[in-house]
Ligand binder design. Structure first.
Ligand SMILES: [Zn+2]
Ligand SMILES: [Zn+2]
Length: 44
């Protein structure tokens, strides 16, 4: 499984590893905030 997402590799928080981000908030969510935001936007 490839955890590095090209689209998010510029994220200063996870550097593309959206599923393995250790940020305080991201760790709770299980995903980095950068992809969380994208997923929410897509629902609208
Ligand atoms: Zn991120
Ligand atoms: Zn993060």
């Amino acid at each position: 499984m490839m955890d590095l997402f090209e689209k998010y590799k510029d994220c200063p928080c996870c550097k593309g590893f959206v599923l393995n981000c250790e940020g305080a908030i991201c760790d709770k969510l299980g995903l980095c905030y950068c992809i969380q935001k994208d997923l929410q936007d897509r629902q609208n």
